[in-house]
Every structure is written in C-alpha cells, then in structure tokens.
Design a protein around this ligand. Structure first.
Ligand code: URA
Length: 206
C-alpha cells in the first residue's frame, strides 16, 4: 500500500486549526475544506492525462485533461467535510455516499445508508477523514470495489498506525493520502492526539 503523508506548510497550518479544541464549527469547516484541497491535489498528482490541440491568443499549444473521470465516495458524516474541495477542483466528479456508524463499545462499523454510482473505469477518492481502527474505511473500500472500483485512493485528515496497518493488510492496492500519521488510538478508539470527533466538530453536535 502506498501511504503518503502530506507535509506542506499550509497543511500543517490548517491541521493545527483543526486540532485546536478552541476552534468552533464554522472555522473548523473552513479549515477542513482548505486542507482538503491539498489532499485532493496530492491524490490526483499522478493521474494519467489526455492531451488535445488548442489555440492560445498567441499560438498553437497543447491542452490537457484528466484521462479518467473521478468519483468521490464520502463516508458519512465526516467525509462530507471534504466534498466541496473535490467538486471545486473536479466539477464533473460524481459522488457516492457510504453511511456507517461505529458501535460505541466495539468500534465495529454498522452500515445504515449506501448510494453509489457505477465506479468502474473511474478514479475513486474515498473520503474518510479519520482513519482510526480502519473498520469504516475497509468497509467503504469493499463496497466501492463491489461497485466496480479498481483505482482507489483514500483521503484522510489524520491516520492512526492501527488503521494504516489494517489497510495495508486488507487492501494493499489502495493508496492512502493523509495530512498526519498520529501516535495511537486511546481506549475509546479515538486518535491521539487527533482532533476529537470529526463529525461532531464539523457540525456542532458536541
Ligand atoms: N473518528 C473521529 O471522528 N475521531 C477519531 O479520533 C476517531 C474516529
């Protein structure tokens, strides 16, 4: 599995805003969106391109576009925070939704909603901001593969070693792009130091 930890001054800056317990929902959402632009740029950095001839006002030149269409699969709820950045940068991307809840005691994923477009032949970005145990991401990746995906990159804001190891073991073909690899999970399966519950902080449901 290719794991890319993005280390850019701006990603550090926005991640610091997200980590800060004093950051309220509006600033949290804005910082998430801005950090997501960096993650999307990195995730698509090695995409194949088609070229075509065009005319600038001055001369003939070559134009370029992504060779494959893009689909984002947002793992609910927190993945919603990354969608706007994908759609700003790739306006014709399609979007799937994967609703999964963590059972409090065990942290096992429980599915409650799923709506995917056909994913075959597409570049699929699975938006799972907090890669903790890896249960939700593994489930979303399995469902994406069942819908035809064979080119998958997971976009995470923060990852724990436990989740990274699980992805490596179960989906070595999936790339993971994250803004941070933190130290561990605590006994409630939260990432340490992490940023708390991403969904709650995005939507003010603390
Ligand atoms: N989900 C979150 O929102 N935060 C964590 O730390 C782990 C999982």
């Amino acid at each position: 599995m290719a794991a890319i930890v993005v280390d850019h001054p701006l990603s550090r800056h926005y991640l610091s805003i997200l980590r800060d317990a004093a950051t309220g929902p509006e600033r949290f959402r804005n910082a998430t969106r801005r950090l997501a632009y960096i993650l999307v740029m990195e995730a698509l950095a090695h995409q194949g391109m088609d070229d075509y001839p065009l005319e600038t006002p001055v001369a003939a030149a070559r134009g370029y576009r992504l060779a494959k269409p893009v689909t984002a699969v947002a793992v609910l709820r927190a993945g919603l925070g990354l969608i706007d950045a994908v759609l700003d940068l790739v306006p014709d991307a399609t979007v799937g939704y994967a609703g999964v809840e963590r059972e409090e005691e065990t942290a096992l994923p429980v599915e409650y909603y799923k709506k995917f477009p056909d994913l075959s032949g597409r570049t699929v970005l699975v938006l799972e901001p907090m890669l903790a145990t890896g249960g939700s991401l593994c489930w979303a990746v399995e469902e994406s593969k069942a819908a035809g995906a064979d080119d998958i990159t997971a976009l995470c804001v923060v990852a724990a070693p436990e989740g990274m190891a699980r992805m490596e073991e179960t989906h070595p073909d999936v790339r993971v792009v994250t803004a941070a690899l933190d130290s561990r999970l605590n006994d409630r399966y939260f990432i340490v130091p992490g940023l708390g519950d991403m969904g709650d902080r995005l939507f003010g449901t603390l």
